[in-house]
Design a protein around this ligand. Structure first.
Ligand SMILES: NC(=O)c1ccc[n+]([C@@H]2O[C@H](COP(=O)([O-])OP(=O)(O)OC[C@H]3O[C@@H](n4cnc5c(N)ncnc54)[C@H](O)[C@@H]3O)[C@@H](O)[C@H]2O)c1
Length: 394
């Protein structure tokens, strides 16, 4: 099969590598530097499995910025471009997907198109009609950043969907699911072929459930800290119930990352005119948590607050939409001096905050240090640290 993939972020690149084991894959991006890295078998993102596979596996994979040429002869085209939340419109900005669709149509391609970007509920049906497409599928992506290829080699499930008025596309959906399965290492993978609007809902409800879980344990921690209770004992005690489980329950400064904040907001927008309380509460709870954390710091009356890492997890370079960034802004708004230690930043300023590259100097200058995740190198200044990393894990 010839497969073209638009977008070489976490989703595009992991699918490109997965599928290039058994197919001819051309990865398309608008950024020349990413294309160059992929062509020299280097990963533009930090992901152990992607780096290993690029370096050592036999892959039929090339990258290009010439989308039109790549789409022209493809059997399948996967779209994995960004869908950022637009706070003005209160909806995802799907324009990058539509730009790719325009280019595909201009190339006279006969390919089956699969959207892997996360989209608003109802999008695939609407855009199929708008673009008069008879070959558009939607396949939600469930990978975690940092484990992007791993989660496609061992997927929890594969969901491929088609607009219900284009039911002749079911065979194509099954064919695409088989391609994903063929590249995986895991053998018993649940496969669901569904209608596209339902598949879009699957993605947004799944991520909003994960946001709910984080928000729940964070509110538990806010309560425990406010009342002088031991968060660890409470979480351990409830986690022994197998229906709740002892996982994905470590308190943090708030849920973040590229997907949970935007996907929960998009689901809330899709609920317009449908009664709900919980979805709104999940979105609001994250804001309340960040305000609570900022309040805890302000009450300590520090002059200089140190931010130890902008990332959400230890051993990560990814700080897209991390909760700490909102907290930093709240602290600055209260007139506090805020400095950052973030070794992946190669500049001395980040959004007008001072970045200190020397850890010892950073420790020395900070009166209080916020660490979303505790690390060994902070142990010598424990008395300055404010963290809610109760279990020292993700
Ligand atoms: N990151 C995740 O964990 C994750 C998980 C599941 C779903 N998703 C969804 O998948 C989509 C992509 O996410 P990501 O994290 O891979 O994004 P990303 O921002 O890491 O990468 C997107 C890539 O698309 C490229 N691009 C933008 N416009 C383009 C165009 N017109 N043609 C070709 N390339 C173009 C960008 O240069 C970038 O390299 C989003 O809708 C996201 O919500 C992401």
């Amino acid at each position: 099969m010839k497969i073209a993939i638009a977008g070489t972020g976490y989703v595009g690149l992991s699918n490109a590598v997965l599928l290039a084991q058994n197919n001819e894959v051309i990865a398309v991006d608008i950024l020349q530097e990413k294309v160059d890295l992929i062509n020299s078998k280097k990963s533009p993102i930090v992901d152990k499995e992607i780096s290993d596979y690029l370096a050592s596996k036999k892959l039929n994979l090339t990258a290009t910025t010439d989308g039109k040429e790549a789409y022209k002869n493809a059997d399948f085209i996967i779209i994995s471009t960004p869908t950022n939340y637009d706070p003005e419109k209160n909806f995802f900005d799907t324009s990058s997907i539509e730009k790719v669709l325009e280019l595909i149509q201009a190339s006279d391609s006969q390919a089956t198109i699969v959207i892997k970007s996360t989209v608003p509920v109802g999008y695939t049906e609407r855009i199929s009609k708008e673009f008069k497409l008879k070959n558009l599928l939607f396949s939600p992506e469930f990978l975690r950043e940092g484990h992007a290829l791993y989660d496609n080699l061992y997927p929890s499930r594969i969901v491929v969907s088609y607009p219900k008025f284009n039911s002749e596309l079911k065979t194509k959906a099954e064919q695409f699911a088989s391609l994903l399965k063929q590249g995986a290492i895991k053998k018993e993978i649940p496969v669901l072929i569904s209608n596209s609007t339902e598949a879009e809902a699957i993605k947004l409800f799944a991520n909003t459930y994960l946001a709910l879980r984080v928000a729940y344990f964070n509110e538990l921690d806010t309560y425990a800290e406010s009342k002088g209770l031991n968060t660890k004992q409470i979480i351990e005690g409830i986690g022994y119930d197998p229906r709740i489980g002892n996982f994905y329950n470590n308190p943090s400064f708030g849920y973040g990352g590229y997907c949970l904040p935007k996907d929960s907001k998009q689901l809330l927008a899709n609920f317009s005119n449908v009664p709900q309380n919980l979805i709104r509460a999940i979105v609001d709870s994250n804001k309340t948590r960040k305000e609570y954390i900022a309040g805890q710091i302000i009450s300590k009356k520090p002059n200089t607050v140190g931010i130890y890492r902008l990332t959400m997890k230890a051993n990560s370079d990814n700080f897209r939409q991390s909760a700490i960034q909102d907290i930093m802004k709240m602290l600055r708004g209260e007139g506090l001096n805020v400095i950052i230690y973030e070794p992946t930043l190669k500049k001395n300023e980040f959004e007008k905050f001072t970045v200190i590259s020397d850890l010892e100097e950073f420790k020395e200058k900070s009166d209080v240090i916020l660490a979303n995740r505790m690390e060994e190198c902070l142990k010598d200044i424990q008395e300055k640290i404010y963290t809610r990393d109760i279990f020292t894990r993700d």
